[in-house]
Write a protein that binds this ligand. Structure first.
Ligand code: FMN
Length: 306
């Protein structure tokens, strides 16, 4: 019997749906058992998010400051494959996931294990996955595949639709803004990844583990080249601001709230200037940068490929 552990946390249930779609074919296989490890932060993150609370967690997200987590135990100590599902918070793996990844338990479960990461996010995941790669290296895990499902409403609208969803709790709260979230048909189609994982596990000799990608050619990720430069600029400014805000005061303090007001204005300016400007500059210099962009896209698409 092959054992798979799914590390999981979701606020709206979107990532749960994605995880379930992928694990459906695995659950249907008599030779495979699937177990979920549902992460529980001791201090719950609210959903919908009060505006200020949403931004108060920003420095801890960027710096990946581990939060206190309630103990959650697994049935076994040893798994053939670990699937880490996560959402992106401020260009970083969400706090419950980054906290777990820095725990003793993560080291015990992930050391020398093949890992598939599954991301459900608005669409800006490149920096978060770079951070995840580092967290995986720290626990000696081996990344063999990455799956990304992004919001369907497109690059521009997602900057509006996703925050509206986070603050109102409704995927479509304003009539002229398209619905936020990953499309239902994309979530359903994610079962193809489970089918491919089951096939790869069943083809393995008994004492061997997965070492190579199992999801190549299945469109596991799509790298949006428009985000490569804006994520780099964003991450640079996030690092500076997270230092300033945490120096001002701890999470939920009045002093941090004051700094946050200035920061939110800065962030809005960044979104309406840097993102479109870098996209336009990118388009203008495309003939000169074609080769480099192709290389960058191939790098970010690894290990599963577009
Ligand atoms: C605090 C916060 C920050 C977020 N930042 C990003 C981000 O930087 N990039 C991105 O693509 N999505 C971002 N999102 C959207 C999430 O990745 C995800 O799509 C959404 O929260 C739904 O996930 P769920 O499965 O937990 O419900 C953010 C969401 C929250 C709550």
């Amino acid at each position: 019997m092959r054992k798979i552990l799914v590390i999981h946390y979701s606020q709206t249930g979107q990532l749960t749906d994605i995880a379930n779609s992928i694990t459906d074919p695995l659950n249907a296989d008599d030779n495979i058992s699937v177990e979920y490890l549902n992460l529980k932060p001791t201090e719950l993150f609210p959903f919908p998010w009060p505006l200020l609370t949403f931004f108060h967690i920003f420095p801890e997200c960027v710096k990946m400051t581990p939060q206190v987590m309630a103990p959650v135990e697994t049935k076994h100590h040893d798994y053939d494959l670990v699937i880490i599902t996560y959402q992106v918070w401020f260009l970083s793996p969400s706090l419950p996931i980054s906290s777990f990844m820095q725990s003793e338990q993560a080291y015990r479960l992930l050391n020398a294990k093949p890992v598939i990461t599954v991301i459900g996010c608005r669409g800006m995941w490149l920096t978060a996955q770079e951070k995840m790669k580092q967290l995986l290296t720290n626990v000696n895990a081996k990344l063999i595949d990455n799956v990304v499902l992004s919001d369907e409403c497109g690059t521009g609208f997602s900057f509006l639709a996703t925050p509206l969803w986070m603050f109102s709790g409704k995927k479509k709260s304003v009539s002229w803004v398209p619905a936020a979230g990953v499309a239902d048909h994309e979530i359903k189609a994610a079962s193809r990844f489970g089918t491919a994982i089951a096939r790869a596990l069943n083809a393995l000799p008994v004492h061997e583990t997965l070492k190579k990608p199992t999801l190549k050619g299945l469109g596991a990720v799509k790298v949006n080249e428009k985000f490569i430069a804006s994520e780099r600029v964003g991450q640079h400014s996030f690092r500076i601001w997270s230092k300033i805000l945490s120096t001002l005061g701890p999470m939920h303090s009045k002093r941090r709230s004051c700094g946050l007001l200035i920061y939110v204005l800065f962030l809005l300016t960044l979104i309406i200037t840097v993102v479109p400007i870098t996209a336009i500059i990118k388009k203008l210099i495309t003939p000169l940068t074609k080769k480099r962009i192709a290389e960058q896209k191939a790098y970010f698409a690894e290990p599963s490929g577009e």
